[in-house]
Design a protein around this ligand. Structure first.
Ligand code: AMP
Length: 209
C-alpha cells in the first residue's frame, strides 16, 4: 500500500500517519522529520536546509527526492505512507517515476481538511520532544509530566511563519488534490477538525480497513 497524506501544515498528517503506519504495517516517510533529523545531526544537507525551513520555505526538490529514494529502496520497499511529501506537482511526478520503476504506484490519497484559523491555533500550541520526536499539544494532547519540561516549539511554528507556510501550501501543494484526481487515484477527504481518534476512524473507514 502506497498512500499519500495531503493537508495543510498542522492538519494532523504526522499524527494520523503514525497511527496508520502502525495499523497498515508500512513505514511513514515524513520528509520534514528526515530534514529535522539532518539539521539535528548537523550534516551538510541539514546545514543547507535549516535556514530554508526556519523561514517556512520549501527546500529543493532534489534534496527531498534523494531522501525519499533511499527509503523506497530500504525500509519502505513494500509500501509507505507519505507525509509532507510530495509538496508540489514536480515532486509528485518524481515520486510516480520512482514508484513506477518498482512496479508500484499511489493507491490512494487522504486529504485532511482543516481551516486556516484552526491551523494557526494548533501550531502555536505544538511542542516536540527532542529526544523521541513525538509531537504533543499544550491543550489537546499534553506531554506526560516527566517529558513536558524538555519539549520545544519548532522554529517554523511561530505565527507569521505558519501564515507563510499556509500560503506556500495553497500555491504549491493544494493543487495536488486535483493532480491525483485527474490521474485517477482515489482521493478521500476527511474533516480534520475532530478528535485524533475520530479522524483516524474516518480514515480507516474510507480506506475500507
Ligand atoms: P513539515 O514537517 O512536513 O511541515 O516540514 C517542515 C519543513 O521542511 C517545510 O516547511 C519545508 O521547509 C521542509 N520540507 C518538508 N518536506 C518537504 C518537501 N517535500 N519539499 C520541500 N520542503 C520540505
Amino acid at each position: 500500500m502506497d498512500l499519500v497524506l495531503l493537508g495543510a501544515p498542522g492538519a494532523g498528517k504526522g499524527t494520523q500517519g503514525a497511527l496508520l503506519a502502525g495499523k497498515l504495517g508500512v513505514p511513514k516517510i515524513a520528509t520534514g522529520d528526515m530534514l529535522r533529523d539532518a539539521v539535528r545531526q548537523g550534516t551538510e544537507l541539514g546545514l543547507k536546509a535549516k535556514q530554508v525551513m526556519d523561514a517556512g520555505q520549501l527546500v529543493s526538490d532534489d534534496i527531498v527526492l534523494g531522501l525519499v529514494r533511499e527509503r523506497l529502496a530500504g525500509d519502505a520497499a513494500g509500501g509507505a505512507i507519505f507525509d509532507g511529501y510530495p509538496r508540489n506537482v514536480a515532486q509528485a511526478q518524481s515520486l510516480e517515476g520512482l514508484l513506477g520503476e518498482a512496479g508500484r504506484g499511489i493507491d490512494a490519497v487522504v486529504y485532511i481538511d482543516v481551516d486556516d484559523d484552526s491551523i494557526v491555533r494548533r501550531m502555536s500550541g505544538r511542542r516536540t520532544d527532542p529526544e523521541t520526536g513525538v509531537v504533543y499539544h499544550v491543550e489537546h494532547n499534553p506531554a506526560p509530566a516527566d517529558v513536558a519540561g524538555r519539549c520545544v516549539q519548532r522554529e517554523d511554528d511561530r505565527e507569521e511563519t505558519v501564515r507563510r507556510r499556509l500560503e506556500i501550501y495553497r500555491e504549491s501543494t493544494a493543487p495536488l488534490v486535483e493532480h491525483y484526481r485527474q490521474a485517477g487515484v482515489p482521493v478521500h477527504t476527511v474533516n480534520g477538525e475532530g478528535s485524533i481518534d475520530a479522524v483516524q476512524g474516518e480514515i480507516l473507514g474510507l480506506l475500507g480497513r
